[in-house]
Design a protein around this ligand. Structure first.
Ligand SMILES: Nc1nc2c(ncn2[C@@H]2O[C@H](COP(=O)(O)OP(=O)(O)OP(=O)(O)O)[C@@H](O)[C@H]2O)c(=O)[nH]1
Ligand SMILES: [Mg+2]
Length: 718
């Protein structure tokens, strides 16, 4: 392949709800560019994208796939993304290197939840956006309705470049109001006949042409002047205005296709090479030092790795965008994260699993390399002497978690390796080795997402695992003052043990004064704080320890042991073995034995006195509460609301948001297990949600009893 210059490159990510036709569309782009000779299909499991076995099995994209095609002297890098929100990692990591997002909309279904979610991602990443209404050959296709909904939802920036002729099962032509021509396709699709617009469509074409001209002129004063002067713009002037509008997200041009029949894709590709921005025409990225990185081949070499996959027989494949300068085969670059020198021994352009070697790639281009020592997604490779790096790709918060366990313990290590490998390929899979819950928890974007992980473990790594309900990271605390004393005594032959601790505990309240006296069992007890230590618990909250020992009843050298005993119980709370927090402990008296008192005695005495006092101090279990935001179509609002109430959810607010109802609520984590699956079935997959930790709150009394009972049963089992 020849080396394409920056202005000859277009980086396009294909977005759209699952089933909108992205992979099929990409296949047409490769055929039209001569990268393949025959089109495969998703049904026949032989498309260039979707080459993973699991994608064949599920007949939908699960990973993003990097492809390229060559068209009219330009190179189009294509990032085919998975439409399902479970695989949002592939969408976000593809938006990063792309300069223009192309959103496919299914002509029969109109705006779907995936359309909505991904439109928001293009807003977040400020990407130029082109719309394509695909599937105009379908029986249920409804172009006008879809356009109406799009203008309602995405506003007046949606501007038609084309409209279909003979929409439905006999769809075979498109009218384009930039070129003011009709494109009539042969039954097998492919190259159209370019004809004059038939009289019956003239009026509509003129109308739409003027609308587009006006919109194009809006983006540049000199074009506006030309427009006022000539009451129109030439095709090239229109393209210039549209490009400026695209860069500003001031215009969302809309095209018409049937990817299944390869109708209209070549015209879209023509638009992309003529009017979509090249990598050096979009705003320059800012590196972490705050410098603008200009997309210029004469600049210093800097590559950003936006995706890493692990391929059999090859190992890690790092996909990168050349942010500045050029990369040549054999070059040594420095990884600004690891400071390692990395030899770029080979450079590839890839179309699915097909890889073609190239000698060099210039600024703005996308490529892949292999056999690097320790380079991962989000890493930057620079020419020696330069230490740029770029903001890491921001993936959404996880919204589904499960515990995982290898069926056979001998697989534990293999499981760890396999999972960290999957995290490298998909950073939205987060593995947590929870010491607290004594579980391995995997966090992901949905049940389907984690079932794919399980599929890989079963089929590729041959590790049998089971998913278990993840435990809830409860917290324990107290609500009132309690006193306890405990004598630990073991004096039956050999070295004895003896230690006695008297303590008072009370809830920790911010800025409350140190204790002076307590009322315990009706009697007043004065304490004299000799020393105070405040500990921030690693899991949140405080522990305050007061040494109020008088008269040397406990030697100072045993206080750290008492503290150790306390900490053990703070780590494994007396109620359910959960972390405890926000407690003040005053040790005010005790007893020692001249011979038998030692550290272990006082650790145990401290620990048990604390447990006893804890159980008398109005102990409470706290549960994590999450803020949940749900976007749901209004016709399903009632179902979602009552389901939330059934999950002890407290609705904080509701608002209409562009065709969706937005519900904000606070829901206990314990009630959110498998929520993505329930929400999807409640709304036919037409809702989306996000959740993030909010605070801890006391569990209801009946639940506390249940948890205590369950813990007791567990203890008895051990
Ligand atoms: N009738 C019709 N079917 C189409 C068209 N484009 C795609 N399809 C079919 O729609 C189904 C989904 O197509 P894909 O290309 O896999 O859709 P996708 O957007 O990649 O879906 P995900 O990978 O799940 O995000 C397949 O059965 C295609 O054959 C079209 O233009 N017309
Ligand atoms: Mg696909």
């Amino acid at each position: 392949m020849k080396t394409y210059q920056t202005d000859q490159i277009r980086n396009i990510s294909l977005l759209g709800n699952s089933g909108s036709g992205k992979t099929t569309f990409a296949e047409c782009m490769l055929l039209n560019g001569g990268v393949i000779e025959r089109r495969g299909s998703v049904e026949n499991k032989n498309t260039v994208s979707d080459y993973n076995a699991i994608e064949h099995e599920n007949e939908n994209s699960i990973y993003s796939t990097i492809l390229y095609t060559e068209f009219k002297g330009k190179k189009i890098n294509i990032l085919d993304t998975p439409g399902l929100d479970d695989f949002v990692g592939g969408i976000i990591s593809s938006l990063n290197p792309s300069d223009t997002a192309m959103m496919l909309i299914n002509a029969s279904n109109g705006i779907e939840v995936g359309t909505e979610i991904q439109f928001r991602h293009t807003e977040t990443f400020n990407k130029s956006l082109v719309f394509v209404i695909n599937g105009l050959d379908s029986e249920k296709s409804n172009f006008d309705k879809t356009v109406e909904l799009m203008k309602e939802r995405f506003g007046s920036n949606v501007v038609l470049v084309q409209f279909p002729v003979n929409e439905g099962t006999s769809f075979n032509a498109i009218i384009d109001v930039i070129t003011m021509k009709m494109y009539k396709f042969p039954p097998a699709g492919g190259n159209p006949e370019i004809l004059d617009i038939p009289a019956e469509y003239q009026e509509r074409s003129e109308e739409l042409h003027n609308e587009l001209v006006e919109k194009a002129a809006e983006n540049d004063d000199s074009l506006m002047e030309l427009f006022f002067e000539n009451e129109s713009l030439t095709e090239d002037e229109m393209r210039k205005g549209i490009k400026l509008g695209l860069i500003e997200r001031g215009i969302f041009p809309l095209f018409c296709t049937s990817a299944k029949n390869n109708m209209g894709i070549a015209r879209v590709m023509e638009f992309i090479v003529n009017a979509a921005p090249a990598p050096n025409e979009i705003p320059s990225p800012i590196n972490t030092k705050g410098d603008e990185v200009v997309c210029d081949t004469s600049g210093k070499t800097s590559l950003f790795v936006f995706k890493t996959s692990i391929e059999e027989h090859i190992g890690e494949v790092n996909y990168f965008k050349v942010m500045s300068g050029e990369v040549r085969e054999g070059m040594d670059l420095i990884n600004s994260t690891t400071s390692n020198k990395e030899r770029i021994s080979q450079i590839f352009v890839s179309a699915g699993k097909k890889r073609e070697k190239v000698n060099k790639l210039v600024a703005g281009d996308i490529g892949a390399t292999v056999k690097l020592k320790a380079t991962k997604t989000d890493h930057t490779l620079n020419a020696p002497g330069q230490d740029w790096s770029y903001e890491p790709i921001k993936f959404p918060e996880p919204k589904f978690r499960t515990a995982i366990k290898a069926l056979s313990e001998s697989d534990d290590e293999k499981l760890g390796e396999a999972m960290s490998r999957m995290h490298v390929e998909d950073p939205t899979i987060i593995i947590e080795y929870s010491k607290e819950l004594k579980q391995i928890i995997i966090h992901g974007q949905g049940e389907y997402h984690l079932n794919i992980l399980k599929w890989h473990l079963d089929n590729e790594f041959k590790i049998e695992v089971e998913f278990l309900a993840p435990k809830i990271p409860y917290r324990e605390t107290i609500t009132k003052i309690a006193q306890a004393d405990y004598r630990h005594k073991k004096q039956s032959g050999g070295s004895g043990q003896f230690g006695e601790v008297h303590m008072i505990i009370e809830p920790y309240i911010e800025n409350a004064p140190d204790p002076v006296k307590y009322k315990v069992k009706g009697k007043e007890l004065k304490v004299n704080v000799r020393n105070k230590d405040v500990y921030d618990m690693p899991w949140g909250g405080k522990l305050v320890f007061y040494n109020c020992i008088v008269g040397g009843s406990i030697d100072a050298r045993f206080l750290p042991a008492i503290m150790k005993g306390l900490m053990e119980k703070m780590e494994e709370g007396p109620l359910t073995g959960s972390y405890a927090r926000d407690i003040k402990v005053a040790v005010y008296d005790g007893k020692m034995h001249p011979v038998d008192s030692n550290e272990i005695s006082f650790k145990l005495a401290g620990r048990n006195a604390f447990s006893m006092a804890f159980k008398e101090a109005g102990p409470k279990i706290m549960e994590p509460i999450y803020e949940v935001e749900i976007l749901v179509p209004s016709d399903r609002m009632g179902d979602v609301m009552s389901d939330l109430q059934g999950r002890r959810g407290i609705v904080l607010g509701m608002s209409s948001e562009k065709g969706f109802e937005k519900i904000s609520a606070k829901v206990p984590l314990a009630e959110m297990n498998k929520y993505s699956t329930s929400l999807s079935s409640l709304t036919n997959g037409r809702a989306m949600y996000s959740m993030k930790f909010s605070e801890y709150a006391q569990v209801p009394g009946d639940l506390q009893l249940e948890l205590l009972k369950a813990y007791e049963e567990e203890q008895n089992k051990e």
